[in-house]
Design a protein around this ligand. Structure first.
Ligand code: ADP
Ligand code: F6P
Length: 328
């Protein structure tokens, strides 16, 4: 018979994302509501190995829903990738009497939870926390909406300069392996084109998009370039290529960088994180294990770890088509 869950550990891991604090708050409050003890683990898997742990009460999560980043801190922990590291983490869990774990993070963090769960038979629940939106099975991830809005605000500002100076801007946005931020950022800002990791960049096609855009606006052009495409093309080389193709345009590069990861979460991210946090606790109490809690068509769904981390999340074809039509 499965062991009764009395104490749940919570940690944030991998890249921080706006809304992680709202998720920590929801897991803590829902846990306490259901009579559980909540133990907060600092610095992701690193803190699980070293035992940086504190019991959380309701007041420990007051006044954090509006804050970006994560009050629990986060880290990349190479040691947890090894069986020895995970054995140390398990020892800490036994010592602290933590019966189950809620992990908030991206695909790497969920892979870590999956390995721990397999090796030590520990109930683990993951919440998708990443600005990249690259987790299969959920329509959106905690932090994605905020990052997309940040990108939109930045590009609206860049547009002012682009059109005043009649420049072509190539703007790099985050997305390690996925183009959701770049694609939807392009639609939301009316940018002329995007270069995505999922779609062959085909240089000629990109320049075609741009020349179409130029014919219409005759003043400026903005191309969003997903960071994940850097594997194939260096953004500076892309800019040089564009300079040669459009000698009449002044070409500039802008890399948005880490500002995309920060800031106060949008209402959507706060609500998403709160709903998923409550569902994490309730699914554990219902006996669910080793699943990521997500949202599909506005309903809570449970995705086995194996699917969430192994299956690639495809870009929505309708969205790609809409972007192409807008840019034609
Ligand atoms: P994200 O969760 O944002 O994708 P990472 O890929 O850096 O970020 O993963 C975060 C952490 O998850 C890693 O530093 C490591 O501790 C853990 N992790 C990632 N992959 C594995 C793995 N295959 N096995 C065990 N732990 C892993
Ligand atoms: O996974 C989220 C993300 O923002 C990616 O888009 C980016 O590649 C990565 O994190 C960068 O993270 P860091 O520099 O913190 O390792």
């Amino acid at each position: 018979m499965a062991k009764e869950i009395k104490c749940v550990g919570i940690l944030t891991s991998g890249g921080d994302a706006p809304g992680m604090n709202a998720a920590i708050r929801a897991v803590t409050r829902a846990g306490i509501y259901h009579g559980l003890k909540i133990k907060a683990i600092y610095r992701g898997y690193k803190g699980l190995i070293t035992g940086e742990i504190k019991e959380f009460k309701t007041e420990d999560v007051s006044n954090i829903i509006q804050r970006g980043g994560t009050i629990l801190k986060t880290s990349r922990c190479p040691e947890f990738r090894t069986p020895e590291g995970r054995a140390l983490a398990f020892e800490t869990m036994q010592k602290e009497e933590i019966d189950a774990l809620v992990v908030i993070g991206g695909d790497g963090s969920i892979t870590g939870a999956y390995n721990l769960a397999k090796e030590f038979d520990i109930p683990c629940i993951a919440l998708p926390g990443t600005i990249d939106n690259d987790l299969y099975g959920t329509d959106t991830t905690i932090g994605y909406d905020t990052a997309l809005n940040t990108i939109m605000e930045c590009i609206d500002k860049i547009r002012d300069t682009a059109s005043s100076h009649e420049r072509l801007f190539i703007v790099e946005v985050m997305g390690r392996d996925a183009g959701f931020l770049a694609l939807n950022g392009t639609i939301a800002t009316g940018a002329e084109a995007c270069v995505l990791p999922e779609i062959d960049p085909e240089f000629e096609k990109i320049t075609q998009f741009i020349s179409n855009g130029l014919r219409r606006t005759k003043s400026s052009s903005i191309v969003l370039f997903a960071e994940g495409r850097e594997k194939d093309y260096n953004i500076m080389e892309v800019a040089e290529n564009m300079r040669q193709k459009f000698p009449e345009l002044d070409v500039r590069v802008s890399i948005l960088g880490y500002l995309q990861r920060g800031g106060s979460p949008t209402a959507s991210d706060r609500i998403l994180a709160s709903r998923l946090g409550v569902a994490a606790i309730e699914s554990l109490l219902e006996g669910q294990r080793n699943i990521m809690v997500g949202l599909r068509n506005n309903e809570i769904v449970y995705i086995p770890f194996t699917k969430a981390i192994k299956d690639d999340k495809p870009l929505d074809k309708d969205v790609v088509r809409a972007q192409e039509i807008m840019a034609s």
